[in-house]
Design a protein around this ligand. Structure first.
Ligand SMILES: C[S@@+](CC[C@H](N)C(=O)[O-])C[C@H]1O[C@@H](n2cnc3c(N)ncnc32)[C@H](O)[C@@H]1O
Length: 205
């Protein structure tokens, strides 16, 4: 699986572009005071670079060394930096409880065998009152993929999310937004067109 991502990121082009994900940007722009943000499976750095430009202290991880290299290059080009960018999977990382002010999972599609455990680990590392943001492809996405394969996303149902499962993963949160919807993506080479997504934005109680 890692090889899939290494191949995807091999070229000099940014696979999902260099602009932040629109949902992430819209949610982050509502935050009044920037603090410490964690970006799981951050890929080539588009979201972290935007957060750093907005004054956030950015910690990120991804298991792809190529993504890491390109993320640091993008940050340098934009004259910002990641405070930390680990080449790692979530299982390998530890943070104190209540550590981050904001965590954003953008198209992080964990297999169901460890999705809940991973989400609960992330939830523990977020401070009470901190913000959680998520956009991921939903279980309705295969219909969109059938119409337009260029929209991308996992081909494996086991990595697609339902709102119901996510609300159970993140019990103890207060949601300002929790929905399954369709959205038009224009993200680099691999997220192009109408996709079915699930979105969360809210705070840890
Ligand atoms: C669709 S990309 C999204 C990247 C980034 N969040 C964005 O929105 O541009 C999914 C990312 O998940 C990473 N990934 C998948 N499984 C992982 C794992 N077990 N540990 C760390 N990263 C992983 C891949 O390397 C890839 O960068």
């Amino acid at each position: 699986m890692l090889q899939f991502w290494e191949d995807r990121y091999a070229g000099s082009t940014y696979a999902y572009g260099t602009h932040p994900n629109e949902f992430f940007k819209a949610q982050l722009d509502q935050e009044i005071v920037p603090g410490k943000i964690l970006l799981p499976a951050e890929g080539e750095g588009r979201n972290g670079v935007y957060a750093a430009q907005e004054g956030w202290r950015v910690e990120a991880y991804d298991w792809s060394p190529t993504a890491h290299k390109k993320a640091l290059r993008l940050a340098e080009q934009q004259q910002v930096s990641f405070e930390k960018y680990h080449i790692a999977s979530l299982e390998e990382l530890q943070w104190p409880a209540e550590h981050f002010d904001l965590i954003a999972c953008i198209f992080v599609q964990y297999p169901s065998a460890y999705r809940r455990q991973n989400h609960q680990k992330l939830a523990r590392s977020l401070r009470s009152g901190g913000t959680f943001i998520l956009e991921a492809f939903s279980q309705k996405h295969p219909e969109a993929q059938a119409q337009n394969p260029r929209v991308g996303g996992p081909r494996n149902m086991d990595q697609l999310y339902s709102l119901e499962d996510l609300l159970e993963d993140f019990s103890g949160f207060e949601w300002t937004l929790a929905e399954e919807t369709h959205t038009h993506l224009e993200e680099g080479l691999y997220h192009l067109g109408e996709g079915a997504v699930v979105r969360l934005a809210g705070t840890k109680k």
